[in-house]
Design a protein around this ligand. Structure first.
Ligand SMILES: [Zn+2]
Length: 265
């Protein structure tokens, strides 16, 4: 099966002139899977794609720079004409916050919009323990999630194609150094890895849970990854430097995520 990764947004925190916050599309023969829905992602998505081609959404964690556009998607999904329900995966331990998000923005006077996200999507918890998360079989994909190192329940994701010609694409989400990242990325064909900083103190890295470009390169090397795509950069002026930094510790292919870039696996 062919699998293509398309970058919708690659900024930490918020959109910039380089595009949205975190958002990625996996193109499968059965349709599209959205990974993370940070601010600006929905606008980027609809600029090139039909929402009806979306088959599933997976959110690594419920920080706003990875999930804020879930509400924009849910509004469109439920009004004026409801679209087909699709699965939405988010960390199981944090689903109460997804309900709270709905309670803030629900519209009780419109049918189907009292709890927009839960009415639009079939909400499913990610277990973060490496078990297979069912629901993507029709797309020819298997999904496993692993525990990231971050202050809220957060997933490192591993998608594997289920056909004979197996391909693996992994996403770090937001994380510091941790075993879950290495498990998710083990011998992956492609790893989208956060590289929030060029340098930072221990409180930001192993404390809060983020990586530098050097650390992303080391993680890719330890996991035996073939192609590393660094993303989730904190500032636009990092962009010319972060790939070179990752290449100091990783001798495979290194790319820097950018809006609209596609990688064919
Ligand atoms: Zn985060």
């Amino acid at each position: 099966m062919t699998l293509t990764l398309e970058i919708l947004g690659s900024n930490a925190t918020a959109p910039t002139a380089h595009g949205p916050a975190s958002g990625y599309l996996l193109h499968t023969e059965g349709g599209l899977v959205l990974v993370d829905a940070g601010p600006g992602v929905m606008a980027e998505l609809v600029s090139r794609h039909d929402l009806a081609d979306l088959r599933a959404i997976v959110v690594t964690h419920l920080h706003a720079d990875h999930s804020l556009d879930l509400m924009a998607l849910a509004y469109r999904w439920t009004f004026p004409v409801a679209l087909d329900r699709i699965p939405l995966y988010a960390p199981a331990a944090d689903l109460a916050r997804l309900r709270a998000f709905d309670e803030v923005f629900g519209i009780t006077s419109l049918p189907g919009m009292a709890m927009p996200i839960h009415e639009a999507f079939d909400v499913r918890g990610l277990h973060l323990d490496g078990r297979e998360e069912p629901g993507l079989e029709a797309l020819g994909l298997s999904l496993r999630s692993y525990r990231a190192h971050h202050p809220v329940p957060a997933a490192c994701l591993r998608f594997t194609t289920t056909g004979a010609d197996r391909r693996v694409v992994a996403f770090s989400g937001d994380t510091g150094r941790c075993p879950g990242l290495e498990e998710a990325a083990h011998e992956a064909d492609l790893l989208v890895c956060e590289a929030t900083y060029l340098e930072a103190d221990d409180a930001a890295l192993d404390g809060h849970g983020h990586l530098t470009g050097l650390m992303a390169g080391t993680a890719a090397k330890q996991a035996g990854v073939r192609h590393l795509v660094v993303s989730h950069v904190a500032t636009d002026d990092m962009r010319p430097h972060v790939g070179g930094q990752a290449a100091q510790t990783f001798d495979g292919v290194v790319s820097v995520a950018a809006r609209g870039k596609r990688f064919h696996l």
